[in-house]
Each structure stands twice: as C-alpha cells, then as structure tokens.
Design a protein around this ligand. Structure first.
Ligand SMILES: NC(=O)c1ccc[n+]([C@@H]2O[C@H](COP(=O)([O-])OP(=O)(O)OC[C@H]3O[C@@H](n4cnc5c(N)ncnc54)[C@H](O)[C@@H]3O)[C@@H](O)[C@H]2O)c1
Length: 444
C-alpha cells in the first residue's frame, strides 16, 4: 500500500481533545493536499474525527475551519497553482473558501467508534490510560479487516505494552506530538519491540510532510520529554522540602520556580510548567511511569496532596491558564498556593523575603531576549561563569539545578531512552523551548 493509499481512510481517536484536535487539523490538511494532486482526482479521502461528545466535536469543527482559513491565507499563492484549472476561482477569497471546503470535506465527525473499522490508519489521542487504549485498539483491530496501523500519542506508556496488550503484531508506533501539535515542531518517534519497518518508514514520511523535527526514543516509559520533565519536577520538589526548614512552603515553591525560570533562563519556572500541563496530568504520567522505572521512585506525594486539595491547573478551552500551584491574573503569577495554610499567598507577601534569602545573583539574561539569538552561547557562557563563583543560596541552587538537569539528560542516554546527548538536547530545545540543552559545559 502506498503512502497515499494508506492515508485514504484514517481515524483520529480523541479528536476533540487538546492533542487530537491538532492531529486532526494536520492530518486533514495533509489528506486534502493529497486529494488535490492531479493524479488523485476522483479518489475519496475520509478522515473520521472520533470522540465521545457531539458537542465537543462541533467545537472542533469550528476550530478546524478557523485554522484552515489561516493556513489557506498563508499559502494562497500555492493554492492558485493547485486550482489552476478552476477558471471559476478568481479572487483570493474564492480560492481560500474552496480550500476550506476541500479540507473540511475530508473530515467526518462522529461518536461512533465503528467508523474506525474501515480505516487503514488510526491516530490515537485519548486519555493516558493503558487499559482503555488497549481495549479500544483490540476492538478496532478485531473488527477491521485492513490490518490498520496505529499511531499512538501516549506520553508515557511503553509502546510494546500497547502492541502486545492489543495483539497488534508490530502495527503500532509511538508518534508523540508536543502540545499544541499544529505549532510544536518536535515529534518523538518510538518503535515497540515489534514495530514493522514499513510502519516506521511511513511515520518518517508523514513527519517529513508535516515538516516536523523527529527525535527517535527507545521504548522506555516516559521517553525523552517526560523522562526529563518528571525527574526535573521531582528534583524541584525535593529542594522545596529542604528549603521549608527555613521558609514556608509557598516561599519555597516560589524560590524554586524563580530559580528554574529566571536563573536557569527557561521560558517557565518548573511549578508554572506543572500548572501549564496540569497537576493531575503530571501526577498521572508519574503513576504510569513508576512501575517501569526500576530502582527509582517516580512519584510525588506533594503533587498528590495538591490534587487532594483540588489544585489542578491546566487550561481553559480558550488556552488561558487556570489557577493551580500558582494563581494567575492576565497570565502573570500573582500568588502561590500553600498546602499547609490551604490558601494562595500573594507574591507581595513572600517576594522580598525569598529574594533576601536567595542573596545577590549575577543578572541573568532574559529567556525571551536570547532564545532566538545567534550569540546566545556566548551570553550564556558569560552568565554561567559568574553563577559558578557567585556566593549565596540562589547561586548554589542554580548550580545544583543545572547539574541535576544535566545528570537527568545523561541518565536518559545511559539507560538507553535516548540515542545521544544531542537528542536529549533537541527535545528540550524544541519540545520545551529551552534556550540551551541540559547537557552542556557551562558550569563544568
Ligand atoms: N496534553 C499534552 O500536553 C500532551 C502532550 C503529548 C501527548 N499527550 C498524550 O495525548 C493523549 C491525549 O491527551 P490530551 O491532553 O489531548 O487529553 P484530552 O483530555 O484533552 O483529550 C482526550 C480526548 O479523548 C476523548 N476520549 C476519551 N475517551 C474516549 C473514547 N473512549 N473514545 C474516543 N474518545 C475518547 C475525550 O473526550 C477527549 O476529547 C494522552 O495519551 C496524553 O498523554 C498529551
């Protein structure tokens, strides 16, 4: 079966979710572009958008239309060539409307899982629950005579567990988009023990057409992205526990968030990032990873406690940040939750005390100013050389955090999750928008 034939009948499971809706958009555009190729006239391309709620699917269809309009506006010159034979399409508006029609025409929203029984490819982005994924894969596999291929977006479940659990005989691969899939360039590709070569080849071709950066990872729970992120969280939490000998919990969380953002020159502090992803999602990823990580406890009682207190974070449907470990106003952190006091403590009440305790620090470059800057390596070298010798608690915590992040990266290579140091760095640079990779020599 050719690439095009494989993409003639596709289903996205969890199409109304954060990841599923993005995967749906990218795949709909890829399929519509194939359908508009001169040799494919008259061929039918079907993309089932499968989810459990009709209402959510209606929202996704509106999202698709808005996004396709933006895509069409950007590539209207190219679309003129695609529609060269259509003399009736004259103005840009007409071409754009036709393209929106052609892409939307591929998509069939449905709550019926049975629609996937005719598909040749299944993209899966339902919730991170291996029993549910296995149940659904088995059901489709049993009822689908096309020997379909499964592309799972799991963030942490080993692909071999899904492959063997659902009896797929290698017709599965981990195709781990980052959030949001339509924007983020990175995809981690993970083969199960049995993934067929042709499935992998297709994955690489599809990623190339979507202009994604592929980083391969071995099939070890959490892969590279969450393998680093979850351990980074656990380290920050350990440091919070040390700091509370001399500070309140809210102050310690604020301090570690500041160290991991400003002083490590990252786009977000670690606790803000947990809120962004969701306290519940992070906790659940740890829960999934933990049974697979020998000699290592991937579990945070602090996150469990926060969840028990109803502190969840995550985002509203318009993409704005919900309150979590931090409280946000217009995207800015205004307070930090203290699980002992069970209340948000305004930043104004903790900032001065924490800064006094952290002591004087070399002025860090702003992440925004250097992330796309060609001279960033020099700027970072100069900054970290000052951090290396600076006295005070803040400088010490920054050095230790950077070292831990590097150790985690090295561990991922040593235990076989990542193929190389460079792959770990690429994941943090592209998937997490860090300005530099964790495996570096700035503090050696
Ligand atoms: N959110 C992220 O940052 C992120 C990043 C990479 C990978 N992932 C992974 O992607 C997957 C989806 O995560 P998400 O954040 O998009 O979750 P989400 O909760 O936003 O979306 C899940 C969707 O699946 C639907 N669903 C649930 N059960 C279903 C069923 N039986 N049949 C069909 N649809 C069903 C839900 O209605 C929902 O729309 C998970 O495996 C997650 O680990 C998430």
């Amino acid at each position: 079966m050719t690439y095009e034939e494989r993409l003639q009948h596709v289903s996205v499971l969890g199409a109304a979710g954060k990841m599923g809706s993005g995967i749906l958009l990218l795949t709909a555009v890829e399929m519509a572009d194939l359908s508009l190729k001169p040799g494919n006239k008259g061929k039918t391309f079907v993309l089932n958008a499968i989810d459990i709620s009709d209402e959510a699917l209606a929202g996704v269809m509106r999202y698709l239309r808005d996004q396709i309009l933006k895509i069409a506006e950007k590539k209207v010159a190219g679309l003129r060539t695609v529609y060269a034979e259509r003399r009736d399409l004259v103005d840009n508006d007409e071409i754009i409307s036709q393209y929106i029609f052609d892409v939307m025409n591929v998509v069939r929203p449905t709550t019926r899982m049975e629609s996937a029984y005719d598909s040749k490819m299944i993209f899966e982005a339902i919730k991170e629950d291996s029993a549910l994924k296995i149940k659904i894969f088995s059901q489709i596999n049993r009822n689908n005579s096309n020997q379909p291929w499964f592309f799972t977006n799991t963030s942490s479940i080993p692909i071999t567990v899904l492959d063997e659990g659902a009896g797929l005989n290698g017709r599965i691969i981990g195709f781990h988009f980052y959030n949001p899939p339509a924007v983020q360039k990175l995809v981690e590709v993970i083969r199960s023990k049995n993934t067929l070569d042709e499935v992998h080849e297709f994955a690489m071709a599809y990623a190339k057409n979507l202009r994604k950066i592929v980083v391969p990872a071995h099939d070890i729970a959490g892969f590279i992205g969450n393998g680093h992120f979850m351990r980074d969280i656990l380290y920050a939490v350990t440091e919070v526990h040390k700091l509370i000998k001399d500070m309140s919990v809210a102050e310690a969380i604020y301090a570690m968030n500041k160290i991991s953002q400003e002083y490590l020159v990252r786009p977000m502090g670690i606790f803000q990032l947990i809120d962004y992803v969701g306290v519940d999602v992070c906790s659940f990823i740890m829960f999934v990873m933990n049974p697979f990580t020998k000699d290592e406890e991937i579990h945070s009682p602090l996150l469990d406690k926060l969840m028990g207190l109803g502190i969840k974070g995550g985002q509203f449907s318009d993409g704005s940040q919900k309150d979590g470990i931090m409280k946000y106003e217009k995207g800015k952190i205004v307070a930090v939750y203290d699980p002992v006091e069970e209340a948000y403590i305004p930043i104004s009440r903790i900032q001065a005390r924490v800064e006094e305790k952290l002591g004087k620090m070399p002025a860090p470059p702003a992440w925004k100013a250097i992330v796309g800057n060609k001279a960033k390596d020099e700027v970072l070298k100069t900054y970290f050389a000052e951090v290396k010798t600076a006295p005070g608690l803040g400088a010490g915590l920054t050095r230790e955090y950077a070292k831990k992040s590097k150790d985690i990266g090295k561990h991922l290579v040593a235990c076989g999750v990542a193929f190389s140091d460079a792959d770990v760095n690429t994941v943090l640079l592209t998937g997490f928008f860090h300005a530099y990779g964790p495996i570096n020599e700035y503090l050696d």
